[in-house]
Design a protein around this ligand. Sequence first.
Ligand SMILES: Nc1nc2c(c(=O)[nH]1)N[C@H]1C(S)=C(S)[C@@H](COP(=O)(O)OP(=O)(O)OC[C@H]3O[C@@H](n4cnc5c(N)ncnc54)[C@H](O)[C@@H]3O)O[C@H]1N2
Ligand code: MOO
Length: 400
Amino acid sequence: MAVQRGLEEAIAICCDHIQALDSEYLHINDAFMRVAAEDIASPINVPNFDRSSIDGYAISEGDLGKLRTGEPLTLKVIATIQAGSIESKQIRAGETHRIMTGALLPEGCAAVIKQEDVRISGNLIVACGSLKQGENIQRAGHELTAGERVAPKGLVLNAEILERIAACGIENILVHQIPRIYVINTGSELLLPGSPIKTGQIYNSNRSLLSAKVAGSGAIPVLADSIIKDDLQQIVNEIEKATPVSDMIIISGGTGNGVYDLVYNAFEYLNASPLFKGIDITPGKGTSAALFNGKLLYNLSGNPHAAGILFEVLIKPALLKLKGDLFSAREWFDIQLDSPIKKIKPYRRLCQGEMLIEQGSVYAQPVSGNNNPIKNISLILDIRAGQGAKGDMVRAIILN
Ligand SMILES: Nc1nc2c(c(=O)[nH]1)N[C@H]1C(S)=C(S)[C@@H](COP(=O)(O)OP(=O)(O)OC[C@H]3O[C@@H](n4cnc5c(N)ncnc54)[C@H](O)[C@@H]3O)O[C@H]1N2
Ligand code: MOO
């Protein structure tokens, strides 16, 4: 039987019932923002040869010692080495090779002197000043050694990580499949934006809210074609339609105990395994979840304010788990309220907030409900029973 749960318990129960989606190999150019499904290690040293880190002149071991005496040293330029040249050259005392940044060092090269630091006279250079052994040389494996980990399993592959993977010469990457999240909005009062509205009707804004939240979490929203009326059979049919084509189903509306709140009845009708019915938190206290054919079914409040907050705190952790993302979970942290909550209540509440920086310190400004002027919502605040006065420390997560 489904029971009411605390928020943390509800999150854990949902996460315990799912696992990361299967993986597939993708070409590196198609892997942006996908999640690595295995540790990625460099198969080679990067670079895989000793190279010059500057445009300059290669100095042999013997000539390096001479330079240390402080006397100017004249060397004959006998070659120019371009980056990309794979020809192995040898440098002898009394000679130098002009060498470009990133080019293969000639054998016997002990350091490279900057071209700005030499005087050029025909095919001779005059160098002076002391150089350290290995100066301006990048050794093989300077960036990465063969076998070194470039990206751990579970990491979202951003531009910088993809650059490192490419630098190792890896062409195909094993990544998790992207979760497809089916969004169903129930409510006989709902209309899609663009349709003429009659008194008593409202536009379905949860569809935009939830599909944007899904997309913003790096998953694919799959939207029900139409609005689903508060009708048991319609809800059941839509869940049956959604299950084979998605990895998780989010249904808004119908979490209450009114005559037409039928989503949970649909869960029961379908024999879905109940996970919880109700969460001990406001808003969203009517939120429920069940497991149907291995997929999580969530029922969020129809109230968009509640649906948005519950998506962030309850659904997002499960979505990250489905993605195989082991690193993006948000940590709750403590922050001071810059202004009071409208009404202090004797129970735990979640609310939206803005992060403010004042004189180098960070504060949270609560933003309540749907009927506020649009603000840059950057936080969700967790207000404990009795909290909410200016200066109170509350818990928060940053939205991204
Ligand atoms: N007797 C009680 N009634 C209510 C309680 C209660 O404790 N006792 N709780 C209230 C709270 S709090 C909420 S939240 C709602 C929960 O409602 P439902 O999840 O059943 O959602 P609906 O009744 O369908 O809608 C609530 C509200 O939101 C509007 N809505 C619904 N869907 C959408 C949508 N897709 N886009 C935009 N707006 C939507 C809907 O028209 C309602 O105004 O129950 C309270 N009642
Ligand atoms: O529980 Mo309602 O979901 O407070 O807004």
